[in-house]
Design a protein. Structure first.
Length: 110
């Protein structure tokens, strides 16, 4: 992307209601499962390899709260923070990524 293209590209901006809908349509276990190997446990949580520290069975995903954490490197967050960290995106761009993934077409502003 050239500097002129960068300057003319609107920075994604979402309302609180849009962010809530994006998060609701982006189940944490589904999104994380697309980027690292996780398996469901009997209690409904998931466990798998942490993509941040590369340790097996240290990443725990909790669908009922929409949160995840690694017991080794202590990274933690929600689905948006996972995408932010995993893909190296700014917050607004992480929301855009999740909105696109969920098939949501919101107007974004500068």
């Amino acid at each position: 992307m050239t500097s002129d293209e960068w300057a003319s590209t609107p920075f994604p901006s979402y309302t609180e209601a849009q962010e809530t809908e994006i998060t609701r349509r982006s189940p944490v276990a589904d999104v994380i499962g697309e980027h690292t190997s996780i398996h469901r446990l009997e209690d409904g949580a998931y466990r798998g390899a942490c993509p941040f520290c590369n340790r097996p069975d240290t990443l725990e995903v909790f669908p009922e709260t929409g949160r995840w954490r690694c017991s080794n490197c202590l990274e933690t967050g929600d689905v948006m923070i996972f995408i932010n960290k995993f893909l190296g995106l700014w917050r607004a761009d992480a929301y855009k990524f999740l909105a696109d993934r969920a098939g949501l077409n919101f107007e974004v502003g500068a």
